[in-house]
Design a protein around this ligand. Structure first.
Ligand code: SAM
Length: 301
């Protein structure tokens, strides 16, 4: 077993030994402060009974710590040039399986089954920042596979995920993430904890996924479309924003009527609505627009 890597000199030595060139395009910022992988593993609450799905093991810095704390680690990495580096850094860590490929293209239930793993598993990752939201949303849409997700993201993204209604950080990401999970900021991480240093500060967020969606609604995609309309034009009143968002197919009068039925002031702005209010509004708008569809079908038949 190799010594733990999270150290600037050991990281540089390993990279040099394999002539590995860091790829910014893949969001490669490797951890070099040992307190951070330890903090992430602690926040994930890992024990020998846990299987971890890691996204982007990189040169194996966080993977080593996860492997020491959990029963098993399945790590999905896109950059095949890291193969000799990981073979070196993970030598002796027999409970790690590296899967080569793009996490966004994986059939995760199949991947887990192929490796004899029964869900739920814990996701732990220092995410590549260029695709944080697509990765999180792809995973959250199958939240039943995961008991929690503990991820490093840009600090600003972490704040938006956990934001409450009425704050300037509250937006589409807050509503869509909080529909599937309860996010909590657990650690602030400065740029100098990485090699190379990113331009932004980072944060570790733990997302609790047990228990299904936070609110009941007829159609989650419709709820997300309502939230998208609200935050695309957040300076407008919600009635105007809803009517101005063509995919919803609602008139201004319908939007105002739906807001009144939801018990909201028709002049309210979207940024003030809680997730439960978005869900209630979405159901009312859904019923209105689908009623119109039904009436049109009845007259044409
Ligand atoms: N886990 C390492 C650490 O903490 O030092 C590296 C984290 S680095 C921020 C992100 C990693 O994700 C890189 O190794 C990068 O190659 C990998 N990556 C980027 N896009 C990916 C994708 N679509 N699927 C899987 N891995 C990806």
């Amino acid at each position: 077993m190799q010594p733990f890597l999270a150290d600037p000199n050991k990281t540089k030595e390993l990279l040099a030994r394999h002539d590995f060139l860091i790829k910014k395009g893949y969001g490669q910022n490797f951890l070099i402060d040992p307190s951070v992988p330890a903090g992430i593993a602690a926040a994930a609450g890992l024990g020998p009974e846990d299987t971890v799905l890691e996204i982007g093991p990189g040169i194996g810095t966080l993977t080593q710590v996860l492997a020491a704390a959990a029963g098993r680690v399945i790590a999905v990495e896109i950059d095949r040039k890291l193969e000799p580096v990981l073979a070196d850094s993970l030598r002796g860590f027999d409970n790690v399986t590296v899967v080569w490929g793009d996490i966004l293209k994986q059939d995760i239930p199949r991947l887990l089954a192929e490796h004899g793993v029964t869900p739920p598993v814990k996701v732990v990752a220092n995410l590549p920042y260029y695709i944080t939201s697509p990765i999180l949303m792809a995973l959250l849409k199958q939240a039943e596979l995961f008991s929690s997700l503990t991820v490093m993201v840009q600090a600003e993204v972490g704040e938006r995920m956990a934001a409450a209604p009425g704050t300037k950080e509250y937006g589409y990401l807050s509503v869509s993430v909080q529909y599937y999970a309860q996010p909590r900021l657990v650690l602030s991480v400065p740029p100098h904890a990485f090699l190379p240093q990113p331009k932004v500060s980072s944060a570790v967020v733990r997302l609790e996924t047990g228990g299904g969606p936070a609110v009941q609604c007829r159609d989650a995609d419709h709820l997300f479309a309502v939230a998208k309309a609200a935050f695309l034009q957040r300076r407008k009143t919600l009635a105007n924003a809803l009517a101005g968002y063509a995919p919803l197919g609602v008139s201004r009068d319908q939007a105002e009527a739906a807001l009144t039925q939801t018990g909201l002031d028709p002049r309210i702005r979207g940024e003030r609505l809680s997730l439960a209010q978005f869900a209630a509004l979405s159901d009312i708008l859904w019923a209105m627009t689908h009623q119109d569809d039904k009436e049109q079908k009845e007259t044409s038949s």
